[in-house]
Design a protein around this ligand. Structure first.
Ligand code: MRU
Length: 368
């Protein structure tokens, strides 16, 4: 997508130096657009842990490149495969909720374990990481293709008045390689000249909506308005939301959705107001091993300072300020579960399906 009129993806391999992975640092957006280098498997762990990169598909691709770098580092190790396995365990542990991380690490390790020697491991790891990247890119694109029809139908019904879409957190191109998940149909609709307007939940505590979604929509010229997290229900009651589209960090085989904290409340409000609630996700986000989201998904609990403090820019300086009594207890769950019954449909790279085990398993050919 565009940044200052130039096309970017979130992460890529340097064309002239394949030991260097380049990425957009999301910690400093929207105040600074900074491209940094990932040079080691440790960098990959740190980037995921500290959320320089975030969003389920991007975490997976970052992990895949991290394992490729671990293979390069293994040239300096007595027991190369043991070293790679150790790095894989570390990286997989960086964040628990988004299944894309485990999915990418497992895929990489399967290729590596099958390789005859270290040089083949390196070649296979490079190839697999690039393959995962390309698959995520294509999946995001196809989600846009399928989701576009939902927006087009609403637009036809509204006789070309803007379609108001509410989204939560950042399930945009910054969370993926390009296009996004929730945003991919929105960008497609906008590019097709369908009038759209996006309500952007700020998404406390880290404000991925206000900082990242608003920024990327703005860069592409998509009309949008940032709202506080609690405004969605009110806007729905006033008839100002036509459709909700969010992303997902892990969707179970029956369609329960783990996504950024607050998603569940939007789904409840949408149901109460008869507004369609769609979740856009690539198949790499489906955890086919679990049925229910209740109790079977580890919900990440993050640093309490994310709640206690608020980060913003004063002039060119990024600053954090305390926003509550210093000694009040705090809890900080990063994700919640939206049960499948509240989900109108899943927008996947293969098409739109109901959040039902039978449809999910059939669509992805997981017959058991
Ligand atoms: O904690 P984050 O910023 O990684 O959370 C991101 C989300 O919750 C997104 O909605 C999700 O990853 C969807 S990915 C396109």
């Amino acid at each position: 997508m565009l940044v200052n009129g130039k096309s970017y993806q979130t992460i890529w391999m340097d064309e002239s130096d394949e030991t260097r992975i380049r990425y957009i640092n999301q910690q400093v957006l929207p105040f600074e657009f900074r491209i940094e280098d990932m040079l080691s498997s440790k960098d990959s762990f740190d980037m995921i842990k500290t959320m320089k990169v975030r969003g389920a598909p991007l975490i997976g691709v970052t992990a895949a490149f991290g394992i490729y770098l671990a293979c390069l580092e293994a040239r300096q190790q007595h027991e190369p495969l043991d070293y790679i396995r150790e790095q894989a365990v570390l990286i997989k542990d960086a964040r628990p909720t988004a299944v894309n991380l485990a999915y990418a690490v497992d895929r990489m390790m399967e290729k590596i374990e099958k390789s005859a020697d270290l040089e083949q491991m390196i070649r296979n790891a490079r190839e697999e990481a690039l393959k995962i990247l390309k698959e995520e890119l294509n999946a995001s694109y196809m989600i846009g293709e399928h989701g576009l029809e939902l927006i087009r139908k609403i637009s036809d019904r509204k006789k070309d008045k803007p379609v108001n879409i509410l989204t939560h957190c950042n399930a945009g191109w910054l969370a993926c390689i390009d296009y996004g998940t929730a945003t991919s149909p929105i960008y497609r609709a906008f590019d097709e000249k369908i009038p759209v307007h996006v309500w952007v939940d700020e998404t406390r505590p880290r404000n991925q909506g206000a900082r990242l979604t608003a920024w990327e929509l703005g860069q592409h010229g998509v009309p949008h308005t940032v709202i506080v997290d609690n405004a969605g229900g009110h806007l729905m009651q006033k008839g100002l939301v036509d459709i909700v589209i969010t992303g997902s960090d892990r969707t179970t085989r029956r369609g329960d959705v783990a996504n950024k904290i607050g998603t569940y409340l939007k789904a409840l409000a949408a149901r109460d107001n008869d507004i369609p609630f769609y979740v856009a996700l690539p198949s790499s986000t489906i955890d086919f091993t679990i049925v229910s989201g209740m109790g079977e998904i580890t919900i990440e609990e993050r640093d309490k300072d994310e709640v206690r403090m608020m980060e913003g820019s004063s002039g060119s300086i990024l600053q954090s300020v305390l926003i509550m009594p210093e000694d009040s207890p705090v809890s900080n769950y990063g994700f919640d579960i939206t049960p499948a019954r509240l989900v109108t449909g899943l927008i996947t790279e293969k098409g739109i399906i109901k959040a039902l085990e039978s449809e999910i398993m059939k669509m992805f050919e997981r017959v058991e």
